[in-house]
Design a protein around this ligand. Sequence first.
Ligand SMILES: Cc1cc2nc3c(=O)[nH]c(=O)nc-3n(C[C@H](O)[C@H](O)[C@H](O)COP(=O)(O)OP(=O)(O)OC[C@H]3O[C@@H](n4cnc5c(N)ncnc54)[C@H](O)[C@@H]3O)c2cc1C
Length: 303
Amino acid sequence: MSDRFRTPEADAWIGRKIPCLDRGFVYLVDYMGGDASIVQAARVSYGLGTKNVSEDRGLIRYLMRHQHSTPFEMVELKFHVTLPIFVARQFIRPRTANVNEYSGRYSIMPDEFYVPPAEHVTFQSKTNRQGGAECLDPAECAEVLRILTQEQRRVRAGYDRMIELDVRRELARINLGVSQYTEWYWKNDLHNIFHFLQLRLDPHAQHEIRVYAEAMAQIVRAVAPIAWEAFEDYQLGAERFSRLELEALARLLGEAEWPDAAHVESAFPEVWREVNAKGELKRNRERDEFLAKLARLAERRRQ
Ligand SMILES: Cc1cc2nc3c(=O)[nH]c(=O)nc-3n(C[C@H](O)[C@H](O)[C@H](O)COP(=O)(O)OP(=O)(O)OC[C@H]3O[C@@H](n4cnc5c(N)ncnc54)[C@H](O)[C@@H]3O)c2cc1C
């Protein structure tokens, strides 16, 4: 029996370019595994047999909730990405990725530079150093776009002239700016891709890298849909509370009526109130864990 897991949904993304920014793209070159290989790996460590999709889903969600991350490392995705160098500087920070980049030492750099659309030419925010605020007025915006494109043309003309003079390519390229497009193969495992996406899908991440993260997210979702759902539920859409915040929460809820198991189940009947064929309430680890958290919060309230 072959242990090679592939799905038509994931295969459909191979070689299918998703355009990003004005000249970039990302596509899936290849992938290894998916939800089935996460379950397979977990089964080795826990000795759990897998019986059906709903049990696989429960297992994957359990692994994600408890940060049992190594089964997610069994899935790998390899992307081909073309991107401006300033985006590549951020993209390269996840240290677990395997990267092979286009070489300006050996090859002529493509005549491709990023120019933002007018709606992204915004003022520096006064409150958030990473962000922009509202747009410049149309005349100022046109001036900014003119500065960007003129500088790019000037630097490129210098590069082309040095290439004509047969200057070493590794030297001729040194004035090219960070709006210059580059390209690379970028491969990583699912656990670390989730970490990358958590950081770069965040609304505070720079718009230009978020565009790539959103494109990659579509592909990741197709490769491992159950793991993606768990990632959305327990990481992307989750909030972490500090000790002080939990104490504040416990005090704020001090006077409130405390929810019991029945309240909790009625809040999420489709997830937490599963019944078996005999109509009996099925054991649900996620519900039990939530009730345990509520009990711990109630304990803080009493302190
Ligand atoms: C919004 C935002 C703003 C940022 N601003 C800046 C900035 O101004 N300047 C800047 O330099 N960076 C900046 N960064 C980059 C950031 O500091 C991290 O380097 C980057 O996000 C990678 O995160 P990581 O180290 O968790 O990931 P990875 O490198 O993928 O590491 C994954 C995990 O493995 C661990 N790990 C990996 N390698 C090692 C190692 N050798 N030793 C110990 N632990 C290791 C990490 O601790 C981490 O938990 C920014 C990132 C974001 C998202």
